[in-house]
Design a protein around this ligand. Structure first.
Ligand code: FNR
Length: 352
């Protein structure tokens, strides 16, 4: 039966996936407090309608000079090939058809060239910085050659957070699931690989270094407060992603929606602000816009769609979000995204 909500698609995905793969996708770090907090923050955020303001919602927005059909993109997720052999190819096809961008992971399971050929919408590269800078350099140059339009450097992962579900399951990548754009190496254990290969000593100078590699706009992913937002601006970034890595890094980091207003105030419109973590409904997109995000990125639901129905499953995820967004905006009396101000949001009530 066709899923009507992202929760239903998640249930379909769970039925199809090996339990250890499901745990790898769903899990967070530590006791998963931050993972739960991301959702709880949306669940205690309510939307106040403006009544008797007939509206036909317009969803399109422009980010870094490119039009997005809606303020929604796909967050970087390692190894789409873990849940379906088409992997990222299916994802970029579905997103491209919907006019929405994809942030492709350093650990994508399909090659950048074939993704660029298959996509009709912007592709950005998510960058992990390795101890061996030549590996990162080659990765960035490969994406730039393929026509990727921006770099999103993940700054919350000097190593991977402890994912207890994966430790208990002894999770290893199955044979055949490997990063398609990195040199050969030992990728069996994602956390083990990160521990030996990620650069734990990264500083803000990485922004200039990355810009020098390909001249692409640089966004930082993993900012959770005004101070780091100001440092990012001082380092010359072109955009900020408010993210706690879907609760997979520092357990105890705040829910992204809760810190969004202070980041947005510090950035004050100088560069785009994106948010990820727990976005599961059209109403969540409106709440994030109201509290200062230009757009959101969606993570796990994309893998659910891919597992449940390959390219058409991902298309369904994006369609559900889009339809819900239209519905919420129409019912809340919001004509276009610019009309979503802080007064739309009511907080503090009890979550259902
Ligand atoms: C991720 N995330 C992630 N982030 C990143 O910068 N590079 C990566 O390779 C990955 N890989 C990855 C794999 C899986 C299975 C998950 C669930 C997450 C984090 C991701 O980009 C994003 O921050 C969160 O997933 C957003 O939260 P939601 O939408 O999943 O709640």
């Amino acid at each position: 039966m066709e899923a009507l909500t992202l929760a239903e698609l998640a249930a379909q995905a769970r039925e199809r996936l090996d339990p250890s793969v499901w745990d790898f996708i769903e899990g967070g770090a530590g006791e998963e407090r931050t993972l739960a907090g991301n959702r709880a923050a949306f669940d205690r955020t309510w939307l106040r309608p403006a009544v008797l303001t007939a509206s036909v919602p317009r969803l399109a927005t422009t980010i870094l000079g490119r039009e997005w059909a809606a303020p929604v993109g796909v967050a970087p997720l390692a190894y789409h090939t873990l849940v379906h052999p088409d992997g990222e190819l299916a994802t970029v096809r579905a997103a491209g058809a919907a006019g929405l961008p994809v942030v492709v992971s350093t650990f994508a399971g399909r090659e950048f060239d074939e993704l660029a050929e298959a996509s009709a919408a912007p592709l950005w590269l998510q960058v992990y910085c390795f101890r061996d800078r030549d590996v990162t350099r080659a990765l960035v140059e490969r994406a730039a050659r393929a026509g990727f339009e921006a770099l999103v450097v993940t700054v919350d992962a000097p190593r991977l957070g402890r994912r207890l579900r994966d430790e208990r399951n002894g999770f290893r990548l199955p044979p055949g699931v490997r990063p398609a754009n990195l040199p050969d190496g030992d990728y069996d254990s994602p956390s083990g690989h990160a521990r030996t290969e990620f650069d734990p000593g990264l500083g803000w100078e990485v922004v200039d270094w990355l810009r020098g590699l390909a001249g692409l706009p640089i966004l930082v992913k993993g900012v959770l407060g005004a101070t780091d937002a100001e440092r990012a601006l001082a380092a010359g970034v072109d955009g900020i992603v408010v993210s706690n890595h879907g609760g997979r890094q520092l357990d105890g980091a705040p829910p992204t929606l809760d810190v969004l207003p202070e980041v947005a105030a510090a950035v004050s419109g100088k560069v785009p602000v994106l948010l990820d973590g727990g976005v599961r409904r059209g109403a969540d997109v409106v709440a994030a816009r109201a509290l200062g995000a230009d757009a959101v990125l969606v993570g796990r639901p994309v893998l659910h769609g891919l597992a449940a129905g390959a390219e058409s499953g991902v298309a369904r995820v994006l369609e559900i979000l889009r339809d819900e967004l239209v519905d919420v905006m129409a019912l809340a009396g919001i004509e276009d995204l610019g009309g979503i101000g802080p007064d739309v949001v009511v907080t503090g009530g009890r979550a259902p």
